[in-house]
Ligand binder design. Sequence first.
Ligand code: AN0
Ligand code: CP
Length: 320
Amino acid sequence: MRVFQNVQDLGDLKTALAEAFEVKKDRFQFQHLGKNKTALLIFFNNSLRTRLSTQKAAMNLGMNVIVLDVNQGAWKLETERGVIMDSDKSEHLLEAIPVMGSYCDIIGVRSFATFESRKDDYEEKILNQFIKYSGKPVFFMESATVHPLQSFADLITIEEYKKTARPKVVLSWAPHPKALPQAVPNSFAQWMNAADVDFVITHPEGYELDPMFVGDAKVEYDQMKAFEGADFIYAKNWSCPGVTRPEDYGKVLSKDMSWTVDEAHMAVTNNAYFMHCLPVRRNMIVTDDVIESPQSLVIPEAANREISATVVLKRMLEAL
Ligand code: AN0
Ligand code: CP
């Protein structure tokens, strides 16, 4: 595997899940693969889980790891070609990327949507430059539009906890004070469409996700109706994807607190499990009672980030 961005990059999902459970049984069994190999993790944005779980995954595989927070200690990077660099940006991405590539064997990059241009964000302008100019395999640690390591961990978690062969999984928008990216819901939709689940998306009008991620999923604007009989509730805020009104891209259109996942919402489900990628704002996205309930999977879900990252790095090491 040279690039990990979309669910298709993993190939057959059943095989990938079997590999994940194999890794989970003994996460150190592939230590030989990473000997004298270096993973470079580049963060343009904050992270707790991705930073720690991916470092742990690389160490599980016997790799060396270098972590760089681009905005803390590195030179400020220009990303646009043709700019006269007379501002505060000292270095261009076009030099920085091949230099970073020269110190490692595999690169992971986190670079969120800037919301400045829908076109640039959805064309994955930053990550595609890493793919093109680093000369190394690149895995996405949440880009402008996708968060595949999260969705793979989510899928592993659903597989572990599901009680029926084809569970009903509901992705629900929930309120948040600030504009958040669409990467998590985009990827989750893409992965659930590829998995064997009954998948429903619910959100207020105006929050329609890009059709390339929604695929054949059912979209239900009545949140309570969507929750009926659900086996898994996956809550997440996202800002306006700008599908119906491009001028609203990245805006907060609603802070409707009636969408907060509380016990009344969970009561209409099939005793559903509650999921969220974290970090989560309590009593905006989900109430204390629901996130602390025995049905909450947020901690095992986060723990599975180590497993998804170990499988992805293993696949990349095998292809070097
Ligand atoms: C980010 C987001 O919503 O995409 C990262 C989640 C994994 N969350 C925040 O910026 C709070
Ligand atoms: N879920 C997730 O990716 O968390 P971090 O932003 O803390 O890495």
